[in-house]
Write a protein that binds this ligand. Structure first.
Ligand code: NDP
Ligand code: 8X3
Length: 253
């Protein structure tokens, strides 16, 4: 049997690249997201190329009932999950708190914080039962530092940092590893989502320097997961060479 990886938010960006990286290495995959057409296209592509088993589950991580319905009753031959990548997440808007949009805050908190908790609450007991597992949470440089107009997103990723530390403590007696991967600027659909479909504005985020790619992050996740079992990378911050902090970039004019 191949090892099984479950990746939330695998319809684009880091999640999709991680699916491809692990498929290539012979993992069977549970792929989730809200856009079913993309899930099915990716499933076909991975099955045709690598012949792995792929299970797609279309649901919104913000709904505890949907998480439970989709992940709480996995078929027996999908229960032995070796790796969970809590990747589904987003930023919405870039506003000061005083000009903040409450719906944007709720989307970020419900997805990045509560969704991650719901999925972990469902899968960690399975890992305990199985006697092994590795949880990789996708945090952010925004979970280590704060930048202007980003208070709500940064707070959600600081929460991921706290949850990653706590989860590691809660699972240590079960030998389950917890790694937080915290990227800087990665060129994905992230900024298009943040700017609500404004592609021109999103493009400006990555202008004048070489950003990370989703494949760079997938490689880092693969590295962490494939270390010897007694080695756990607790926390990995990974930035473009041209980025020194959440706000300091070396950009060409
Ligand atoms: P993308 O927008 O390309 O991908 C986000 C993924 O999350 C999509 O597959 C999307 O799927 C899924 N998703 C979003 N909301 C939900 C939801 N409510 N339920 C289920 N799935 C959801 O962005 P990235 O790949 O860049 O983002 C992945 C993670 O990386 C996020 O947690 C983000 O915060 C983090 N990150 C990104 C950085 C960057 O610069 N790009 C830097 C640091 C961290 P669908 O829409 O189909 O549901
Ligand atoms: C995404 C990186 O700096 O835009 O988490 O918040 S940043």
């Amino acid at each position: 049997m191949n090892p099984i990886i479950l990746i939330t938010g695998s319809t684009s960006g880091i999640g999709k690249a991680t699916a491809e990286r692990f498929a290539k290495a012979g993992y069977d995959l549970i792929l989730t997201g809200r856009r079913n057409d993309r899930l099915e296209t990716l499933k076909k592509q991975l099955q045709d190329t690598y012949r792995n088993r792929v299970l797609t589950l279309c649901f919104d991580v913000r709904s505890q009932a949907e998480v439970e319905k989709n992940l709480g009753h996995l078929p027996n031959d999908w229960k032995n999950i070796a790796v969970l990548v809590n990747n589904a997440g987003l930023a919405v808007g870039l506003n000061s708190v005083q000009d903040g949009i409450v719906d944007d805050w709720e989307r970020m908190m419900d997805t990045n914080v509560k969704g991650l908790l719901y999925v972990s609450r469902t899968i960690a007991p399975l890992m305990i039962q199985n006697g092994h597992g590795h949880i990789v949470n996708i945090g952010s440089i925004a979970g280590k530092q704060v930048y202007p107009n980003g208070a709500a997103y940064c707070a959600s990723k600081h929460a991921v940092d706290a949850i990653s530390q706590g989860l590691r403590m809660d699972l240590v007696t079960h030998g389950i590893r917890v790694t937080q991967v915290c990227p800087g600027a990665v060129e994905t659909e992230f900024s298009v989502v943040r700017f609500k479909g404004d592609k021109d504005r999103a493009d400006t985020v990555y202008k004048g320097f070489e950003p990370l790619t989703a494949d760079d992050i997938a490689d880092a996740i693969f590295y962490c997961v494939n270390l010897p079992k007694h080695v756990c990378i607790n926390d990995l911050t990974i930035m473009p060479t041209a980025q020194a902090s959440a706000t300091v970039f070396h950009k060409n004019p």
